[in-house]
Design a protein around this ligand. Structure first.
Ligand code: G6P
Length: 363
């Protein structure tokens, strides 16, 4: 067991540190100059005629889907809706022949995601699995599969597979955008350059592990934790809160930053740290307004920031290197480390949190 953890105390922290490698595997052989090669059979005519992409997923994979949907809408100019798989139904106003249903699932075995994919196939929509497990149930049920190549993930709380899912789906956004003729080679190159920069940028965050640990230990005994972000920072805020609640059992919630004042602010006190995504791709200037609202109520603010955003209002700052729309993913790595160290200090069963399973194969 100790050998399998490669000298780490838990699988989760080992897998957090594997992210640069997982990302390189996801990108290997797929990224060209302004183009991608994904080895999925999506006929050009069909891609051009697409009216909607529907993402179905659960848990962390749902958050990856929310991130990817924003990239698909902005770079591929196709309406993209994201559905918690257990809530999915092929509803009115949609043409199945012009809809692509993308099931995002690490394991490929989540019953609700498999069910949603089957429902979509039944009405005649084309289906694509984005998964880590070759030959999994969802991969077999889908018309096409796109593998995230993250390698086995043992810790119940998903970590490296989240970033690998988003990176792979970013490539899909480039592919679809290019095929539809809405994404220029220059714009594609820019996004792909940021995606290619992820392994190095994530490594820089990992190198700051000791700093994150110190901050986590300073705030570990707080009453609750609130995560905020906008646009691409929103799914990251949701994921940051999910990670913390899964493994530390603390009360944590993620919000779109602008919603803070519409309710959650009532819960903000000196005892509730607010963790904010203040990077490119996450509308840092607007998010700063929410940070100020929290700060003026005495809440400690932890900022995952690039370019000095919000410096004056942050009690603890984690540096994100310049990486365009991929910056919020680096913020996510800090949140993973933060959750890990809070949970570890409390002696939680990090790799097997109570009541949770790695993959849930019953509805
Ligand atoms: C379980 C796991 C989560 C995971 C979710 C979806 O609830 O504990 O970590 O995000 O299932 O799993 P999937 O394999 O479909 O991505």
């Amino acid at each position: 067991d100790a050998a399998e953890k490669g000298g780490y105390e838990h699988y989760m922290i080992k897998e957090i540190h594997e992210q640069p490698h997982a990302l390189r595997q996801a990108l290997s052989g797929r990224v060209g100059h302004g183009s991608v090669d994904l080895d999925v059979d999506l006929p050009e005519e069909y891609v051009r005629s697409l009216e909607e992409i529907q993402v179905v997923a659960c848990g962390t994979s749902h958050h990856a889907g929310l991130y990817a949907a924003r990239l698909l809408e902005s770079h591929a100019d196709v309406r993209t809706t994201v559905h918690v798989a257990s809530e999915y139904g092929f509803t009115g106003g949609r043409d199945p022949s012009r809809t692509l249903v993308v099931a995002v699932t690490q394991s490929g075995e989540t019953a609700e995601t498999l069910g949603a994919l089957r429902d979509a196939a039944r009405v005649g929509a084309r289906t694509l699995a984005v998964t880590n497990v070759v030959g999994s149930s969802v991969a077999r049920a889908a018309d096409e599969s796109l593998y995230i190549r993250a390698g086995p993930e043992i810790g119940v709380a998903a970590t490296k597979t989240f970033v690998s899912q988003v990176a792979t789906l970013a490539l899909l956004a480039v592919h679809v955008g290019r095929e539809r003729g809405v994404l220029s080679a220059a714009a594609a190159s820019e996004l792909l350059g940021d995606v290619r920069g992820l392994p190095g940028a994530v490594q820089r965050a990992l190198d700051a592990d000791q700093q994150v640990r110190d901050v986590a230990e300073a705030y570990a005994d707080s009453e609750a934790f609130f995560f905020i972000g906008r646009y691409l920072g929103h799914p990251v805020a949701l994921e940051g809160a999910l990670k913390l609640k899964e493994i530390s059992y603390d009360h944590a919630e993620g919000f779109p930053a602008g919603e803070l004042k519409h309710g959650p602010l009532a819960l903000v006190t000196e005892e509730t740290p607010v963790i904010a995504v203040l990077t490119e791709g996450a509308r840092p200037d607007e998010t700063l307004n929410s940070v100020k609202e929290a700060e003026s109520r005495g809440a400690p603010v932890i900022g995952c920031h690039s370019d000095g955003h919000g410096e004056k209002f942050i009690d603890a700052a984690f540096e994100v290197p310049a990486l365009g729309e991929m910056e919020p993913l680096v913020a996510n790595v800090y949140m993973q480390l933060f959750a890990y160290h809070v949970a570890n200090r409390k002696g939680r069963a990090i790799d097997k949190p109570r009541n949770l399973a790695k993959s849930v194969t019953v509805e």
